[in-house]
Write a protein that binds this ligand. Structure first.
Ligand code: UDP
Length: 576
């Protein structure tokens, strides 16, 4: 296939460095064997091969060009495994996996092996460990005692350390234990010891029943999953308080609202959902995987200061097709995952650059106007995304598990059981030079090394620079001050500017949660978001955030209190 006159990708110097380190193909000696442009063409042409099954060769080339352009203009990027692996012999292209862990040695060690295979291929894994019998329970065959979910999780953690993701990034895991498991207290405290389960995000799986028991200060039963017997009772509020205290100290655990997730499970005919991928944005059935991609919203703003809805629509349509094509050419690490993924064909189209949009439109992140725009943008993306998936279903057939699914109930043919997900975009937002996911900007200016051993790079938010110039406020001395502080909060600048140019730490936890909830309203899957809190935040603030997330219909919540781990070192050091 010819590459024709392709537009040059517009990667910045920093983005090119990230690409060279993590994405561009290298020979055995570590020398680069492709340019960023080659990489995008490798990806575009590999994904467009899927078109062959549905159309003629001409159309394959046409789609390859459209996919290439959408990426080269940085309007859309797929998740890292697609960029790294498409068109290579190990074409595993998905970021998100959930694996089942059953209550037997065979099942646990099978899961461990599958984890290694998924991590090696660049994916992250999520597990619900609640089927495992609790610590101290009997093991009939050996007359021994069971070691419980937390100690088995350490095996998964260690495996993650040993298996580097193709040398390109570290594996990531989500470990979930339900609130009624007898080991839940051990689990909640599991990460207090520094370095323990460091490759895991952990979350307690809760239900409405649990949250009501917390609100009403009721007793809560702990049930042995092996026998179904109630083995202990705790105060629901005590458990919740402990959970919030641990999250205050370490950032973990988060909470997952399981029945909220189950309510939007598109294929209850295949089973219920009990886990998500590592960063929480993708609830999946056991053995299911999902490939993600994100639209760079920062590129969807017209110079006159409005969203470019027609460009956004065009991008959503091409992106949905791209992500559906990814499933066709994807090589899955094991057969069970291939079968499950092909039966639901879930894709996760999301966004990055949301904070950039708000800065460009001069809308404060912590305002009702921003929440309303979030709803408008995300409902638009999901609506067009569903339309496109329905069109693909007409041409290519619906996802195989469509019969008996919620989509059949609605009378809507769909190619994909889910279409939208909001990912963290940790690396691809660096490549696109956009703010990550739907997070506010972390700092407006900073100096840092892109990689160890390199000189410091100075970064100042471009949109802020434009605004300062526009308002006649720009001076080198002011930039120096912003570099020192990272935020405008304490500076002598006009209020309207200070309200708009806010950073993650200038925004109250409540507004962080509200933004997550606004996006969740119109997202099929879930929203990756960290609720940042200042160092001075109290355990009560954590409780408030968790309860607000529940009230507002989030599917889960993760908080992080600034520099909380510093306290943790002190806490351990003083033996308190
Ligand atoms: N992920 C992973 N290891 C990592 C980062 C991410 O396995 O070091 C997986 C994980 O499932 C996460 C998903 O990739 O939830 C998406 O993360 P992100 O959007 O940050 O990835 P990117 O595509 O930007 O690399």
């Amino acid at each position: 296939m010819s590459s024709g006159a392709r537009i040059k990708p517009s990667f910045s110097e920093n983005a090119t460095k990230v690409l060279e380190r993590r994405y561009l193909l290298k020979d055995e000696k570590g020398n680069l064997i492709e340019t960023p442009e080659d990489m995008l063409w490798r990806v575009a042409s590999a994904i467009a091969k899927a078109e062959r099954a549905f159309a003629d060769e001409e159309s394959e080339e046409e789609w390859a060009n459209k996919f290439y352009e959408m990426m080269a203009s940085l309007d859309f990027l797929p998740n890292s495994p697609t960029l790294m692996n498409a068109g290579t012999p190990t074409a595993q292209l998905s970021a998100c996996f959930v694996l089942p862990v059953g209550d037997s040695m065979d099942e646990i060690f099978d899961a461990l092996k599958y984890t290694a295979l998924v991590h090696k291929s660049g994916g992250g894994t999520g597990f619900n460990f609640s089927s495992l019998r609790p610590y101290g329970d009997i093991v009939k065959s050996t007359k021994g005692v069971a070691s419980g979910p937390v100690s088995f999780m350490e095996l998964f953690d260690h495996t993650t350390d040993v298996v580097k993701q193709g040398g390109m990034r570290r594996g990531a895991n989500m470990g979930i234990l339900n609130a009624d498991h007898p080991d839940v207290i051990k689990f909640v405290k599991a990460k207090i010891e520094e370095g323990k389960l460091k490759n895991f995000n952990i979350s307690v799986g809760t239900t409405q029943k649990f949250m009501k028991a917390v609100l009403n200060d009721e007793e809560w039963e702990l049930v042995n999953p092996r026998t179904g017997e109630v083995v202990d009772k705790v105060g629901a509020r005590n458990l919740f308080d402990l959970l919030c205290e641990m999250a205050w100290k370490t950032g973990d655990p988060g909470i997952i609202f399981l029945d909220k997730i189950e309510a939007s499970n598109p294929t209850p005919n295949l089973g219920s959902i009990t886990a998500t991928n590592p960063c929480g944005e993708q609830p999946l059935l056991p053995f299911e995987s999902c490939n993600l991609g994100s639209i760079n919203l920062s590129n969807m703003v017209l110079p006159k200061g409005e969203i470019d809805w027609s460009k956004l629509e065009r991008t959503v349509r091409i992106a949905v097709r791209f992500l559906d094509d990814v499933i066709e050419v994807n090589q899955f690490p094991i057969k069970e995952i291939a079968d499950m993924t092909m039966s639901t064909r879930k894709i996760g189209l999301g966004v990055m650059g949301w904070a950039d949009v708000l800065l460009k439109l001069r809308i404060p992140y912590d305002s009702d106007e921003a929440l309303n725009l979030a709803r408008k943008v995300m409902s638009f993306i999901t609506k067009i995304g569903h339309e496109e998936s329905a069109r693909l279903a007409e041409a290519r057939g619906p996802f195989p598990a469509w019969k008996g699914s919620r989509w059949e109930e609605k009378g809507m043919l769909m190619r994909n059981a889910t279409v939208t997900t909001i990912a963290p975009t940790g690396t691809i937002s660096l490549v696109a030079e956009a703010s990550s996911g739907v997070e506010p900007v972390f700092a407006l200016a900073y100096r840092r090394k892109a990689f160890e051993g390199e000189a410091n790079l100075t970064y100042v938010n471009e949109i802020l620079l434009d605004a300062l110039r526009e308002e006649g406020l720009y001076s080198e001395a002011l930039i120096e001050l912003i570099l020192e502080r990272g935020s405008l909060k304490e500076l002598d600048l006009p209020d309207n500017l200070k309200k708009v140019f806010v950073t993650a730490h200038d925004i109250s936890p409540e507004w962080h949660v509200r933004m997550q909830a606004a996006f969740q309203e119109y997202t099929d899957n879930a929203v990756s978001k960290t609720i940042n809190m200042p160092h001075e935040a109290s355990v009560d603030d954590v409780k408030k955030a968790y309860l607000l997330a529940y009230e507002l219909g989030c599917k889960g919540i993760t908080i992080f209190r600034d520099r909380c781990k510093e306290d943790q070192v002190l806490y351990i050091g003083t033996g308190e």
